[in-house]
Design a protein around this ligand. Structure first.
Ligand code: ZN
Length: 276
């Protein structure tokens, strides 16, 4: 992962990537640490700058975060990380962990984890960075904490007419449809999660559940596991809680879809090409 020399530091604030003045896409690869420190000199105490070991590479990723309450200097802008991901991935690529998108997602995941692991979850002591591995260490009780990764599944359901089930979640922007997704529960296999979430959210039964691909999805800390399956029985019945509407779509009448760079879009494109 991360065989890209990002060329600079990634800065995050809440769910956004923070970019210096100028063309935002120029800064998706990071910008100079000196510029960061000079621009946020007054907020130095709140600036968390950290190095993340790159995977399968001796290089490190340099990143930083600032609290959401910190005003930005004039001309700086906040771009949602999801939007950055779509822009970096472009229209033709699936997610690649070895590229810039992998660096950004790893840095963003770790930035959130550092913010949420300042204190020991066992005794409340103030965590430090462990000297011997990539972990937080409680100097009081010795507990170590590693970046938390929460598995979640996302599934494209196909019926006997080769149509795909797409659903509108209340959280989606108006008119956008995507796939059924949900978190794996303690003690549950991933295949069981697929079947349970689909039955809960759209009321249908499925068969032939098959794993396709995975993608880090640090919004805030998921690993998204992409599946496909076939419709086995019952009619669509949206739960009305998360899912407002769900329908079978053929390739000629697709609604607005999630952005490129997401596993949902990747699965939809696979079906569109007839590869599922
Ligand atoms: Zn502790």
């Amino acid at each position: 992962m991360c065989d890209v020399d990002s060329g600079g530091i990634f800065l995050f604030q809440g769910s956004a990537m923070i970019l210096p003045p100028g063309d935002s896409e120029d800064h998706f690869r990071g910008f100079g640490r000196e510029l960061l420190e000079a621009s946020f000199a007054d907020a130095r105490a709140d600036l968390d700058i950290f190095e993340i070991p790159a995977l399968n590479s001796p290089a490190a990723i340099l990143a930083a975060s600032i609290p959401v309450s910190q005003p930005l200097p004039s001309g700086w802008q906040a771009v949602p990380v999801r939007q950055v991901l779509s822009a970096v991935c472009g229209e033709k690529t699936r997610y690649s962990g070895s590229g810039l998108s992998g660096c950004i997602l790893r840095a963003y995941h770790v930035a959130q984890w550092r913010r949420d692991s300042r204190f020991c979850g066992c005794c409340g002591g103030k965590n430090t960075d462990a000297p011997d591995e990539f972990a937080r260490l409680c100097p009081v009780c010795g507990r170590r904490e590693y970046p938390r990764i929460s598995p979640a599944v996302i599934t494209i359901i196909i019926n006997d007419r080769d149509e795909a089930l797409l659903a509108h979640n209340k959280k989606f922007s108006q008119g956008m449809y995507s796939l059924i997704a949900g978190f794996n529960e303690a003690g549950e296999s991933l295949e069981d999660t697929v079947a349970r979430e689909i039955l809960e959210e759209v009321g249908i039964e499925v068969r032939d559940i098959r794993y396709i691909t995975s993608q880090p999805w640090p919004f805030p800390n998921s690993l998204m596991l992409g599946f496909t399956c076939r419709h086995a029985g019952l009619s669509i019945r949206p739960d009305g809680i998360e899912i407002e509407d769900a329908r079978w779509f053929n390739r000629d009448n697709l609604p607005p879809l999630p952005g490129y760079g997401s596993v949902s879009r990747y699965l939809i494109e696979l079906w569109r090409k007839g590869d599922l």
